[in-house]
Design a protein around this ligand. Structure first.
Ligand SMILES: Nc1ncnc2c1ncn2[C@@H]1O[C@H](COP(=O)(O)OP(=O)(O)O)[C@@H](O)[C@H]1O
Ligand SMILES: [Mg+2]
Length: 440
């Protein structure tokens, strides 16, 4: 994100004024040339402009995707670097530093490749130099002929040739600035994508009151398409109906779009095509606060706030009191687990006290307090110890039966009691009802 903003800022500060200056000087010089000899000026423009414009246009066409790839690769490297800081401890303890480094190296290689394509594309602009040389040669020959016939003075011919060189320089500046403008345009598009992806679309919500949105309802996806980049869809033409109370398992390899689907279902992303409806309402039009009380997504990585366990559990849209918190802990079968903490519900749980799996447990309990119609879990039991995973499953099993549960799992067999299986990225649905539950 900062990469995009820096890129835009330097464009506004440096390139934009250059663009205006180059265009103005270019225009004035052409006017001056025409005053010296308008037939020569017209000939010059006819000879120079078509091939030069074609070259710039071809560059313009290729530059969009090239700059998009560079920006995406830069973002990947920056993200890799940023994630390495908080995840350091985990990377080290799990012995995955070499694997992580490999991945980071791949991100860097991608950036290098993207940048070399960028340089090669920019070099295509060098054809302009050839076109210019041709024009100057032609101009010299023509001037010699005209001077010989007495149609042009020697002084005027010299001034003309010199001024022409200035026109070429300005044109080059202009072409360069157009390249920068293209780059800025790509960065702006990415920035808008990021803003859109963070779900700042609530102000347009036309469904605002709790009465307008039933407490339980069907989730319906119709022709949903979504891509993080314009040229590549992660999810394409996905149509799916999830009736209330359904237990749907979403499986697929890493990068197959499971988390993206989870965010689309939770209304964190707005589809590029098609719609996601809850109880008949397009969720893009539902007030975000209201939507969060109906559809809750427990992300892969749960962060807790500084404070006690009870305070963290109470961080839910329904603002539950102590009694409600205690009741839910009991209901979800978490009393024993809470008993293992030094001060029970009053244990301070900073960022480090609880394991990732235990933080998932907290998030599931918090979701239960919100009482959403749809609960989406993104790889809740991936990398969680057996005991905690069993606790998570027990808590899930204790949730109200009319609640829709969408369980995203890296491996299909990690979560028990699914009724249907959705396989990503192709969106294939399989009935798995009646099969024996498999515990992780
Ligand atoms: N914020 C993002 N910006 C750009 N690309 C992304 C972003 N999030 C995910 N992707 C890409 O979208 C694809 C699907 O990612 P994701 O939904 O996280 O898959 P999964 O959860 O199945 O591993 C991957 O190719 C991933 O690189
Ligand atoms: Mg994921």
């Amino acid at each position: 994100m900062t990469g995009e903003i820096n890129g835009l800022a330097s464009f506004a500060a440096g390139t934009l004024p250059d663009l205006v200056t180059a265009a103005t000087v270019l225009l004035l010089t052409v006017v001056m040339l025409a005053l010296y000899s308008w037939p020569l000026t017209v000939l010059l423009l006819l000879a120079f402009l078509p091939p030069a414009l074609l070259t710039v246009r071809a560059f313009h066409h290729r530059a969009g995707p090239v700059y998009a790839e560079v920006a995406a690769a830069e973002a990947a490297v920056a993200a890799g670097f940023a994630e390495s800081l908080p995840a350091q401890e985990q990377l080290r303890t799990s012995g995955s530093v070499p694997r992580w480094l490999e991945r980071f190296a791949r991100a860097n290689e991608r950036l290098l490749e993207a940048q070399s394509v960028e340089v090669r594309t920019e070099l295509r602009l060098n054809r302009l130099a050839l076109i210019q040389a041709g024009c100057v040669a032609g101009l010299l020959v023509l001037s010699a002929v005209l001077v010989g016939r007495g149609a042009l003075s020697v002084g005027a011919a010299v001034v003309f040739v010199l001024a022409t060189r200035d026109v070429f320089h300005r044109f080059e500046d202009l072409a360069g600035a157009i390249g920068d403008a293209r780059e800025a345009q790509v960065r702006l598009a990415r920035l808008l994508d990021l803003v859109r992806a963070t779900g700042q679309h609530g102000s347009t919500g036309s469904v605002r009151t709790a009465d307008a949105l039933p407490a339980r309802g069907e989730l319906r996806l119709r022709g949903v398409g979504f891509g993080h980049r314009h040229d590549k869809r992660v999810i394409d033409e996905l149509t799916l109906t999830v009736p209330p109370g359904e237990r749907l398992v979403v499986a697929g390899g890493t990068g197959s779009g499971k988390s993206t689907l989870g965010k689309l279902l939770a209304g964190l992303y707005v589809p590029d095509a098609g719609s996601v409806r809850f109880a008949g309402h397009d969720i893009a039009l539902v007030d975000p606060a209201l939507l969060r009380s109906r559809i809750v997504l427990v992300p892969q990585e749960v962060h807790l706030v500084d404070g006690t366990l009870a305070e963290n559990l109470a961080m839910s849209a329904s603002r539950p009191g102590r009694a409600a918190v205690e009741r839910t802990v009991e209901l979800l079968g978490l009393t024993e687990w809470v008993g293992t903490l030094p001060y029970g519900l009053d244990t301070e749980v900073g960022t480090r006290t609880l394991s990732a799996g235990e933080r998932q447990l907290v998030a599931v309990a918090r979701a239960a307090l919100t009482d959403p119609a749809v609960l989406i879990l993104d790889e809740a039991t991936a990398g969680v110890d057996r005991m905690t995973a069993a606790r998570i499953e027990e808590a899930l099993a204790a949730l109200a039966a009319d609640r829709t549960l969408i369980v995203i799992a890296h491996r299909a067999d990690t979560i028990a009691r699914g009724r249907r299986l959705l396989t990503m990225p192709d969106g294939r649905l399989t009935d798995i009802a009646g099969e024996t539950a498999v515990r992780p």
